[in-house]
Design a protein around this ligand. Structure first.
Ligand code: ADP
Ligand code: MG
Length: 398
């Protein structure tokens, strides 16, 4: 789960990261009022969307008067901000953050990520802040400093000092940098984050270290331990297909292809997507309906997959261990009867009660395309989509 910049800044500030003073607003009037409250004579108005690259896309504006703050906000509220991270549909702007503008001497990149190969939290820093990390690694790979944290002892002082030295910071700032790094690490650990990114972390004209941007992502599976983080979820920033799935307890990730997948088990779902690609198609989604799926749950899964207008064929792939093929088959039949399913549906069942399952499909008289192996199922789904067998005439009814 991602959160907004202002929320990440608040969390990091509580752990000891210094941030400029700022305030949140839900309207241009409120933003102008916030600027007056904050005082000073220069403000940065920042669109709060779950994506980076806002600066280049017009989502970060420097303002010199309250009137300019108001004007900048009028051009933001209710609009979709399209950055290189949002995809072409963009993300809606419903909140802005008004922040004191800070004189910048140096911009640094700082990131904390989970490094899967070392199974450690890895700190990634670069003296080339302001650019995205992808650009830095393409253009200035030699500027990147990496350091992994030993979980048994946490981030050590010497390690943090070493990072500060490698970034070429003024020695007078070393202690401040050590405090900042330790604070980020503690926030990361405390809340089961998967990413903390400060880009840019800046050295100001008056020699302070401030986080001007902040991004945090959290492990969804650990959110139950952190209700105060879970409640920061902002559905307006999520893919509506994924929000709907999460609300229904289904694990769904929307993709760009057109073959909808309904599968039990994350591993099998991945294998199904791979096999669809191998057969020459593109999956429209990852969907794990989980173990013990009832007919109602299967019908819900159908509804979800069909709500994506790109879906032109559906592949149901169930290997029933805890699940029962007859329940899944009932779910498929129920869904096809209740919903307007106008795309070909391929069903492959294996495992517990498979014979009963097949019987239910056969008796239904519905134009369901059956397959025995996964490869066969994928080929049929891709074939059905290619030949546009939506009329059912050429379909092999069971
Ligand atoms: P994004 O990464 O989404 O483009 P940032 O928060 O990093 O958004 O802002 C873009 C740029 O705007 C920063 O790299 C920085 O140069 C400038 N900026 C952001 N906040 C401030 C601030 N409070 N004072 C001065 N400059 C800022
Ligand atoms: Mg940034």
């Amino acid at each position: 789960m991602d959160i907004h910049e202002y929320q990440a800044k608040e969390i990091l500030a509580n752990f000891g990261v210094d941030v400029p003073s700022g305030a949140l607003a839900y309207s241009p009037e409120q933003a102008a009022y916030r600027a007056r409250e904050l005082g000073g004579d220069k403000w940065i108005v920042k669109a709060q969307v779950h994506a980076g690259g806002r600066g280049k896309a017009g989502g970060v504006k420097l303002c010199g008067t309250e009137h300019e703050v108001h004007e900048a906000c009028e051009n933001m509220f209710g609009r979709k901000l399209v950055t290189h991270q949002t995809g072409p549909e963009g993300k809606g702007i419903y909140r802005v953050y008004v922040e004191a503008a800070v004189p910048i001497d140096r911009e640094i990149y700082l990131g904390f990520v989970l490094d899967r190969s070392s199974q450690r939290v890895m700190i990634v820093a670069s003296s080339e802040g302001g650019m995205e990390i992808e650009e830095i690694s393409a253009q200035r790979p030699d500027s990147i400093v990496r350091s992994t944290v030993e979980p048994a002892v946490g981030l050590q002082e010497f390690q943090a000092r070493e990072i500060a030295f490698k970034l070429g910071l003024d020695p007078a700032l070393t202690q401040h940098m050590v405090r900042t790094l330790k604070a980020c690490y503690r926030a990361f650990r405390e809340f089961d984050a998967t990413m903390v990114e400060i880009n840019p972390l800046v050295v100001t004209g008056d020699n302070r270290i401030l986080a001007l941007d902040a991004k945090m992502s959290f492990d969804d599976n650990a959110l139950f331990r952190h209700p105060q983080i879970a409640e920061l979820r902002d559905k307006s920033q999520e893919d509506p297909r994924e929000s709907r799935a999460a609300d229904r307890g289904l694990s769904y990730v929307g993709l760009d292809g057109n073959i909808g997948c309904i599968v039990n088990g994350a591993g099998l779902a991945m294998a199904t997507m791979d096999t669809i690609k191998l057969a020459g198609g593109e999956p429209a989604n990852f969907l794990d309906i989980g173990g013990g799926a009832s007919p109602e749950r299967v019908a819900k899964a159908f509804r979800l997959v069909l709500s994506d207008s790109n879906v032109q064929a559906i592949l149901v792939n169930i290997f029933a261990g805890i699940n029962r093929c007859d329940w899944v088959a009932e779910g498929v039949v129920q869904a096809l009867r209740e919903l307007q399913v106008d795309v070909p549906v391929v069903v492959r069942l294996a495992g517990t009660n498979v014979e009963e399952g097949q019987k239910i499909l056969a008796k239904s008289g519905l134009p369901i395309i059956r397959a025995t192996t996964l490869m066969e199922a994928a080929e049929r789904a891709v074939g059905a989509w290619r030949q546009d067998l939506t009329q059912g005439t050429k379909m092999r009814a069971v």
